[in-house]
Design a protein around this ligand. Structure first.
Ligand SMILES: Nc1ncnc2c1ncn2[C@@H]1O[C@H](COP(=O)(O)OP(=O)(O)O)[C@@H](O)[C@H]1O
Ligand SMILES: [Mg+2]
Length: 301
């Protein structure tokens, strides 16, 4: 949920590293990467030879357009709505905005609005005071306050229930956090980045999403292209993702020309996340350190 993995945790792991088995080393590498990633500093070997901006791989016209928008808004505080199919990099865009902008030293808090039950969402976002409801044994800060000075990433915003939409709108208008059961409001300074794989304007037309909230969130909107519409980026992504795999201590195979062609032509309904999973799987299956067409699964097409 919270993206900044503790530096302390990483140090502790490093101290114990010598005595480790391979699976523990992999876990440590993943943790270190997550931490370095959250600092905007981690890159796999050879990264500098790949076309990328703001830590995102891409050279296609569609991605150039995304980079152009990012460059214009990265130093600002305007709310951003990131749209795109699942696995296209919406969360990565939120991270890029945070890590490359003036708030990079502040926290980035990610909240998945679809994963939190509607009854809990308000207290998760805005906190609660002791005794506000059964089980509220002490005052608790919400994510909005935890993100003070940084970025609040509201993922799957299209799933937010109507009453929460009204409360979020009020927060965006006045910047005030009011914990459940409390009567003192606190001013916080957050940049909001929201994301959804839904057609949010259509949700507005269906009266499932508030129009006023939509326009608050979508001051700038960024549409991420599906992977199949930027085939030219696929070989670069494959190199990058295999580099990530290698650094995480996972087995990595080379990709034959034919397999690369198949990867490039596939439809990828799950986009980059699916490509990533496919490469992990194919590397594990590949004989002789090389991924051939026969090592690829059918789910990608
Ligand atoms: N342009 C990109 N370059 C490198 N990796 C990417 C890119 N876009 C997405 N990814 C990776 O693909 C995976 C899915 O991205 P994510 O941001 O979680 O997608 P979404 O939020 O749209 O479902 C993540 O591991 C992410 O780091
Ligand atoms: Mg996501």
């Amino acid at each position: 949920m919270v993206i900044d993995q503790g530096l302390e945790e990483v140090r502790e792991l490093l101290d114990r590293m010598d005595r480790w088995e391979m699976p523990q080393k992999q876990e440590a590498a993943t943790l270190m990467r997550a931490w370095a990633d959250s600092q905007g500093s981690w890159r796999p070997e050879g990264f500098e030879k790949l076309p990328a901006k703001f830590g995102m791989i891409g050279a296609s016209p569609a991605m150039e357009e995304v980079f152009g928008v990012l460059a214009r808004i990265i130093r600002t505080d305007v709310p951003v709505l990131v749209l795109g199919e699942s696995g296209t990099g919406k969360e990565l865009v939120a991270k890029a905005l945070h890590q490359n902008g003036p708030r990079r030293k502040g926290p980035m808090i990610a909240v998945n609005c679809a994963a939190i039950p509607a009854t809990l969402l308000e207290s998760e976002l805005f906190g609660h005071v002791k005794g506000a409801f059964t089980g509220a044994h002490r005052n608790r800060k919400g994510y909005a306050e935890a993100a003070d000075g940084g970025t609040l990433f509201l993922d799957e915003i299209g799933e937010m229930p109507a009453d929460m939409q009204a409360k979020l709108l009020r927060f965006l208008q006045n910047g005030e956090v009011r914990p459940v059961g409390g009567n003192v409001a606190k001013q916080v300074d957050v940049r909001v980045v929201a994301a959804t794989n839904r057609d949010l304007l259509q949700r507005v037309q269906e009266n499932a999403f508030r129009e006023d909230l939509y326009y608050r969130l979508a001051v700038i909107s960024i549409q991420l292209p599906p992977l199949r519409e930027r085939q030219g980026d696929i070989p670069f992504l494959v190199k990058y993702l295999l580099g990530v795999q290698a650094e995480e201590g996972m087995p990595v195979a080379e990709v034959s020309d034919q397999a690369m062609e198949a990867l490039t032509q596939a439809r990828w309904p799950g986009n980059i996340r699916q490509l990533q999973n496919e490469l992990v799987r194919a590397s594990a299956f590949a004989k002789g350190g090389r991924i051939e067409v026969g090592d690829l699964s059918d789910s990608k097409s």
